[in-house]
Design a binder for this molecule. Sequence first.
Ligand SMILES: [Zn+2]
Length: 276
Amino acid sequence: MRRAMIPFIFVSACLIVLGPEPWRGVAAAQEGPASDTQSRKTAATGVKPKPATSSPSQLIEEIDPDRLTVTIDVSDAPESAEWSQRAKLLVEKWHPLLAAFLAGPDFRPPTHVKLVFKKEMRAPAYASRDVITISAAWIKAHPEDDGMVVHELTHVIQAYRHGAPGWLVEGIADYTRFFLFEPRTLIRVDPERAGYKDGYRTSAKFLAWVASTYDKQLIPKLNKELRSGEYRDDFFRSSTGKDLNALWSEFTKTLPRSRASRKKAAESPRPGSAPG
Ligand SMILES: [Zn+2]
């Protein structure tokens, strides 16, 4: 009985840590000392279950049946061994935070994540089910790219079984990366060329703006709709009173214009300035 109750306690505790504005809690957790919840989770990680006893250390093992295990495969790229340990710690720290942020009814995040490092691959990284495959060449050239791991881990936790629009899947993954994990990242969006369906950082910045302007819980709510397969674009109208096109138009007015666009505007005659 006790074992069955604990996952709920963990999730609830994470939600409390995250608070009404989950990204603030997540960002704080990134830089500050691990929370109690986090420490308990980390302490239990990778420990094999044993029969219950009164020993405090074994009690930790008993109360974490959904413990996360992270395994590493560097057989194809042994040079990635050191970096892989860093990625493992990152996954252990961010998995419970992202699982809480992207929670949903009856949702149980995967409890195993595998990190595979490959010598030959085109993309820097990709996620498939609970496996994140990472390019050894990429991390050699970009050893600072921890954010890529958070992006891919988000995909592992999203696991939208009913399918979902790609721009939202990638937009949310870059939202967790650039607004929760690396919140000081400067993202430039060119209002002349970009669209909300571009995905990745453009969609992430747009979603962040809609959330901060209209509903701070927008992204967890959006995730619930995507998880249940009930998402329709009308979600934005019911959440904000405006459809996607109107929101995008409003959003782009907040963006600085590109140099080329400012030059073009300066060169074209202003209304009323033309002779006649
Ligand atoms: Zn992605």
